[in-house]
Design a binder for this molecule. Structure first.
Ligand SMILES: [Zn+2]
Length: 193
């Protein structure tokens, strides 16, 4: 199969922990530099190279959808730090629902609400933020949900590295998703597709 431009390859460290999404072009470089230790995916993509001047044969590389890379940064450190917080992944974590009224929203209709408001010492961190529609955010104002008479539909959480990778990429291949799902800690992300 030929890779299309949006194809991302799931990069693991040699212990098998997911590290990052990389472009298929970067994956080709890793194959050429013989840094791919092993492959795990079910999908293979044939990338055609140029014709060799000497032999006249066409060169090429077959890249796998999930590759473990030698000498790459260990994924261990990823498990000790929270992934970067941004709205795109936050709204996806919360299923594009307002976490107060449950209304389904588009990305543009949602806001980042601090459960404990920042003015009351709440942090701008994954476990203190939820997706909220503008109406609920306005209604809540600078108050806690209890003070505003609102309740949360789900508890906010910090995604682990596998969950974060799943939230980040919207074009995940079935085998890549199956692999990541095995490391999910939060069942509400299992519906991601
Ligand atoms: Zn709402």
């Amino acid at each position: 199969m030929q890779p299309n431009t949006s194809l991302s390859i799931l990069r693991l460290d040699v212990s098998g922990q997911p590290v990052a999404w990389i472009s298929w072009q970067d994956a080709v470089c890793l194959y050429v530099r013989q840094r791919v230790a092993w492959e795990l995916g079910e999908m293979a993509f044939h990338v055609r190279g140029g014709n060799s001047r000497l032999s006249g044969q066409r060169s090429g590389v077959v890249i796998n959808s999930i590759i473990a890379v030698r000498g790459s940064a260990s994924a261990r450190r990823l498990w000790h730090q929270a992934p970067r917080l941004n709205n795109r992944e936050l709204f996806r974590r919360d299923g594009y629902l307002c976490m107060y009224c449950g209304k389904p929203c588009t990305e543009r209709e949602l806001t980042r609400d601090h459960v404990i408001p920042r003015a009351l010492g709440g942090q701008d961190q994954w476990n203190n933020v939820v997706a909220a529609c503008r109406r609920c955010n306005l209604l809540k104002g600078g108050r806690t949900p209890e003070q505003a008479g609102l309740s949360l539909l789900a508890v906010p959480f910090v995604p682990n590295p596998a969950e974060y990778l799943a939230l980040k990429n919207r074009r995940i291949l079935a085998d890549q998703m199956e692999f990541l799902k095995k490391q999910f800690h939060h069942s509400r992300l299992l519906d991601l597709c």
